[in-house]
Design a protein around this ligand. Sequence first.
Ligand code: ZN
Ligand code: MN
Ligand code: MN
Length: 279
Amino acid sequence: MQIGCHVSISGSIDKAVDNAMMIDCSAFQIFTRSPRSWHVKDLSDNDVKSFKQKLDDSKIDRFATVAHMPYLPNLATPNHDVYSKSVNTLMKEVERCGKLGIPFLVTHLGSHLGTGEENGIKRLVKGLEKAAEVKNDVMILLENTAGQKNSVGSDFDQLASIFSQLKPTKRFGICFDTCHTFSAGYDLRTDNAVKDTMEKFDEVVSLEHLKILHLNDSKGTLGSNIDRHYHIGLGGIGEKGLSAVIKFMNKKKIPMILETPIDDIRGDFENVKKAKELA
Ligand code: ZN
Ligand code: MN
Ligand code: MN
């Protein structure tokens, strides 16, 4: 089982590996830089070397590590300035992942800000393909969304239509977020619901493209379109549903990453432990 959570790189990027080990993770996700800024400082050779060294020394498989794009980029935006900064950031992150040996980069699909899905998707596809021109073998993973207003890619059919436009195919994959899926209206609360939802996903998008699972419970209810993650088993999806998801993903050998809250109820260690129990 490959499971872990989003860990901090605070101090230096190699600390991510320490942080993951400390809470018994066999997979982890990072931001390669501050997620709340456009500014990015280049990785030094030393940063890269010590990250790789620590990862090699750990029991964590490189193919269970993933980076997440920062928050500010919007690849579907009609604003030219923001769009070009967003595409540049994506290219930069693909490069950084390549240097660090991280095989996957998760990106959101953005918001068309009221200019219509068709136009938003055109910009998105163009931006993603531009980033795939960066010469390495990092795979860009499209994350399904909860279906907030103007957002692109919550519906499996739409996600599949976007995915099918992307070339070369081998540079793209899917990151499936259980909270987003549930909020978007796909039930995951029982064995049967998980079976149906995954069958539907396989039919439309295809499971072969699924590379990473974001394992989150949902604060919002089914179809609420609310993107609020919650502790494993304590949200709208619940233990039964998440247990079925975990078993399914384990069989497919898909690494699972938690992006759950840290509060008085639980921290990362407790949520990862809970997820392992549900397997
Ligand atoms: Zn995300
Ligand atoms: Mn996610
Ligand atoms: Mn989310």
